[in-house]
Design a protein around this ligand. Sequence first.
Ligand code: ADP
Ligand code: MG
Length: 355
Amino acid sequence: MLAPPIAAVPEATVHRIASGQVILDLATAVKELLENALDAGATNVEIKLKECGSELIEVADNGCGISNENYQALTLKHHTSKLTSLADLQDLSSFGFRGEALSSLCAVAEVVVSTRTEDSATGTRISYDKNGNIQSTSPIARAKGTTVAVKQLFKPLPVRFKELRRHLKREFAKLLTILQAYAIVTTGVRIICTNQVGTGPRTRMLSTQGLTNMRDNIVTVFGSRTAEALVALDGTSAEGLSMHGYVSKASTSFGRQAGERQYFFLNGRPIDMPKFSKALVETYRMYTSCGNATNIRPAAFIDIRLPKDRYDINVTPDKRKALLHQEQSLLEAFQKALMRVWEPARVTLQTQQNE
Ligand code: ADP
Ligand code: MG
């Protein structure tokens, strides 16, 4: 075989390929839009879906809006208002910083934005092409804030387009789980999500009331029965970690659904923490009085606070993973906090059994 020539992949193709890694699925698309609304300082976010989001995702906020001169930069790759230098990455408090979500959404769906800032007289509707270039703009009447509409997600990626529709139920469940995570940890913002199937009525899938603490959010999202089966968990470690949240009571016998609710947050950012999740389940099994121990999955809603130089969130484009400095000792601190909460229940149980 002759050695083939090596050539650069055309930029538009590179963009299309990479965008599929930023917008992995339905859930990431909605997550990115919700994060943008929260980063814009919104106190009201309304998520409207059609066909569970596969036909239309519309996220409307009452945040700061987008000013005229930024209409184009909005959808350009690696353009962000949230980060100006690498040093900023250390004390970042926004969800976004990579400037990839909107440019990637343009590459994998049809994107239309309508927005208005405080000081502009009218709103503007802007539609974008697949490269993120402005296709057209027109004036519209609207209140301050931004609405991003994403139509026919993954249309340009035939395999993913079909897969999303084939597994819509599962993908929608994933989306709701992510929304629930943001709804639990976000205080002071009303978040509403509705869905419409066919010409049927709009169904409310989730709503929060802009309450001020995590427990009230848990009650709003999951109901008071779930909240009553929880006990507060607080802890600190020598590494500067502090945590606050709720876990299942040791004595609770609960349905399967409740047991699957494990939400971890790192400085208020919903995140996957498989090792913490594993530690949670293993520790719980040491204490629980329920019959079949292998089926037991305690519920958890835990916000871990760490100094910003102790972790790196920039590991995957969707920022759902974190690299933790001194992870082992953080895990031990977590386990200790769990034991402190559950140990009294075991003592009580043993006393009862001995009587
Ligand atoms: P990032 O959030 O990482 O900056 P995005 O592609 O998600 O990247 O957004 C690009 C930029 O567009 C943001 O930095 C922000 O300035 C602006 N933006 C996006 N969504 C909104 C919104 N809902 N309200 C106001 N500005 C927004
Ligand atoms: Mg963003």
